[in-house]
Structures are given as C-alpha cells and as structure tokens.
Write a protein that binds this ligand. Structure first.
Ligand SMILES: *[C@@H]1O[C@H](CO)[C@@H](O)[C@H](O)[C@H]1NC(C)=O
Ligand SMILES: *[C@@H]1O[C@H](CO)[C@@H](O)[C@H](O)[C@H]1NC(C)=O
Length: 206
C-alpha cells in the first residue's frame, strides 16, 4: 500500500463499526468517506462542538412550517454516532408535508397540538392528535406527516437513527426537481395543468 492509501485508511478508521475513539466530530474540510465524515483533530475540539443552537426556522413558505435539520451535515458532533435530530416549527395550520427518511423517527411534542401520522406499505394510515409531552414513533422509511391543528404555534423535536438519515419530501421530489412534466403526469395520473401549477409552486424545471 502506498502512503496515500495508508493515510486515507487511517483517517477513516474511526468511522468503522468498532468504536476506537470516544467521538468523531466531523471535519468538513477533510475528504468524506461512505461511512461519514473524517474526524476533527480531538485536540482542537471545544465544548461548543457538542452543542447545536436550534434557532427557529423560517416558516414563511406555502406550508407555514420549518424543518431545521441537525444531521451530521449541520451538526458535526453527530458524525459516527448513528443518530440525528431535527426541529419542527409550525404556524397555526402549518404542515410538515408527506416525506420519508432512510431511518425510523421518534417525535416529541414540546408546544401546541398536532396531528402526526404515517402510512404503512399496505396503505393503512396511522394518525393521532398529540398533546405536549407525547412521543410518537414513525417506523423506518414509511411516509409520514405532521399538521398543526391547534390555535397557537407548535414546536416538536425528532430524533432519527442515523447521523445522515436523509429527508425526502414527495412534493419536492416530484415537482421541485428535474422530473419532466410529461413523466410526472403519467406516474402521478395528473392533468398537464395540475403538473404545471405544482412545478411552478415548487420551483422545478420544465
Ligand atoms: C423568510 O423567508 C421569506 C421567504 O423566503 C423571506 O422573504 C424572509 O426574508 C425570510 N425571513 C428571515 C428572517 O430570514
Ligand atoms: C394492513 O395491515 C393492518 C395491520 O396488520 C391490517 O389491520 C389491515 O387490515 C391491512 N390492510 C389492508 C388493506 O390489507
């Protein structure tokens, strides 16, 4: 093995299953491997590396809600730990639209009143009105959603069992990206006018 290969293995070694370090706070300036980011020099870490300031997200959008992820790409300390979090802010009537992750998710409601639900692969919807302090589980990779049904703002926190769980909104995937409108019409059984309207709303290309 040449020096570069040995050096790269050395960098990525702490990311393998066997835990050989207490932590591997991501260093975004170093090359990233499939298992995660390379570790920041432990001698350069401070207390602040382990704290994420969850500022309220911007809810000025068509959903009147904000999802603020603290995944390993935003919160370096999650790297290698197999877990991540996100903060959900809702205006009254706000919605976190139908979406999925590669992982399971557990939600705790901190403020307000929401309906949270998921849809199983046999198309059964499981949904429930949650009160402050309630915890709900969304099983691995199933489509799920949250809706503020209270009269005030709502706030929830979610934890996911991967440092990089992914976040895929169905609407954005279909109408916010490069999927050609003709294909969107076919695979979603929609009229051309509906697809045009949705593509405009979500900023997808035509
Ligand atoms: C929130 O988002 C809206 C729409 O994108 C933008 O006009 C506004 O400046 C943002 N507000 C803040 C505080 O960033
Ligand atoms: C889906 O699964 C649930 C739980 O096993 C079952 O109660 C329900 O009848 C199933 N629905 C369909 C449409 O098969």
């Amino acid at each position: 093995m040449n020096f570069v290969v040995v050096f790269t293995l050395f960098l990525l070694a702490p990311l393998s299953k066997a835990i050989v370090e207490d932590f591997c706070v991501a260093d975004y300036t170093l090359p990233r491997g499939p298992a995660g980011y390379s570790c920041k020099d432990p001698d350069k870490l401070t207390f602040d590396d382990f704290v994420f300031k969850g500022i309220p997200g911007n809810t000025s959008n068509i959903y009147s809600s904000a999802v603020t992820p603290a995944f390993s790409s935003e919160f370096a300390a999650f790297n290698g730990l197999g877990l991540a979090m996100a903060r959900l802010d809702f205006e009254p009537g706000g919605v976190v639209a139908l979406h999925t992750h590669r992982t399971s998710e557990v939600l705790i409601l901190a403020r307000g009143k929401i309906i949270a639900g998921f849809i199983s692969t046999n198309n059964t919807a499981y949904y429930k009105t949650l009160k402050v302090g309630d915890i709900m589980i969304f099983p691995q990779s199933l489509l799920h959603f949250q809706v503020n049904v209270g009269k005030t703002r709502a706030l929830a926190f979610v934890t996911l069992n991967s440092a990089k769980p992914g976040l895929q909104f169905i609407d954005n995937s279909l109408f916010g990206g490069n999927l050609p409108p003709k294909l969107a019409e076919k695979i979603m059984v929609l009229d051309p006018e509906q697809v045009k309207k949705l593509k405009k709303a979500f900023g997808g290309t035509f």
